[in-house]
Design a protein. Sequence first.
Lengths: 290, 248
Amino acid sequence: MFLESLLIEPFQYEFMRNALIISILAGIVAPLTGYWALTRRMVYLTDAMSHSVLPGVIIASMLGVSILVGAMGTAIVLALVVSLMVRKGKSSEDGAVGVASQALFALGVVLASRSTDSKSLSHYLFGNPLSATFTDIAGMALTALAIILLMLWAHPMLIATSFDPEHASAIGVKVTRADAILILALAGTTVIGLGSVGVLMTISLSVGPAVITRIFAIHISKARFVAMGIGVFSSTFGVIASYHLAIPVGPAVALTCTSLIALSFAIKSFTNFSLERTSDEKNTEKSSMK
Amino acid sequence: MIAVNLLTKNPVLTLSGINVFRDQFCAVKNVNLDFEAGELVALSGRNGAGKSSLLLAIAGLTNFTGTLKFKESECHHGHHQPGIGYVPQRANLRWDLPMRAIDVVLTGTAGDHHLAGYKNKSKRVKLAWEALELVEGSHLGDRLLSTLSGGQAQRILIARSLVSKPEVLLLDEPLSGLDAPSSQRILNLLKQRSNEGTLIIAAMHELDIVQGHFSRAVLLSGEVIADGAPTRVIPTLYKNPNLSEVTV
């Protein structure tokens, strides 16, 4: 009975089911792209991008076109402005990202304040999956599928360019293409995150699960899938917690994810637990069995 | 130039009037060199002499003017030349990533498959293990990168370049930071590849090793200062104080 009221009761309402689907989509895609953002030291760019897509999303919403198009457009604007500031203005990359993303975010807030759109600014900032419609879900599911396929396809290229971009370039891998693919995937992830946890907390669902895989030194081939599992768990737990505690879904998901990071640190500190074993450990195990 | 250029009959690599640029700065100018298959060549000179820049130009990784030919085909900046392998300085790489040594060797095959990453996976894995065997590193394949010593890491990087069976192997300071046994192991490996016909060109600071193990030395100081047998070329460094910032 207790389990039923805990796990089943929230989903007797359609808006809760929709919220769960959208949050799970975000829980799958955000850790997948976030894993590479962490691996390639692009976490700051990811955070900046989640803020800077706001004006594109609001303009798209005002014009009645897909918010994905708006988000991609703003991501491209951010990339071009940062590139221009670094190349022509001799600015540092993080400085350029910081300035450009904040300018775009401020523009987004101004546009939102003038918009007659039914969705308020807080919808975008903190997410509101409870208001998701079937069309929203269908659009996000297609976006999620496209991102998953893109990331699977680019996997070998991303590994080669993450470990040693110079050598990857020497053997003909296009490093800029790998960066461009990841930036596009991150922009798409922001759109999905926007419907779930909102632009301000997308980063927690993107990078949080990846951080946990790094704590336990999980191998790069499995880490993405483990991160996606953690993302789905955080999303599901967050949605259920939001119902029972009467708190917003976005912060509930973000807090679940960050609590798991804290728990992981504690487990690692006290037990030195690792899912990966070195070949030496395997050999030791084999010899002790003989 | 102090020593006379070695006359080569059938050069596998030809550099004619090469000027190498790093950003807008000309790091090395007017390089004219021919290299034959099987040579074991050391590029020596002080820090900033242009050793790494010249290697990057040959690997197609930095801008240059002049004519650079690999056998009959002309090489250009930004264009991948399949017959040329490049081993960068290992200190600059991401050894913190949760990968095994075999994964790194496998990235040596990524260039051929960057549009279809999963094509011929089993063949690529087989090639990677064969390359590891060439550097006597089969037992290292399953090791996490963070557990490798400097010498083991260097062998892994060499294996990664050998996956594509290059005819020219470029190495940037391959012995930097290694102890004597590890250095000797890498040198034996390079000699073995050289004896099997691979042209080896390595940026080297260790002049005693260059004299003892290499067949040819090229001294750089923004341009080629000397080129020839190490026993004739290396003393040039001792005589010229401006070129002496190297380990002897």
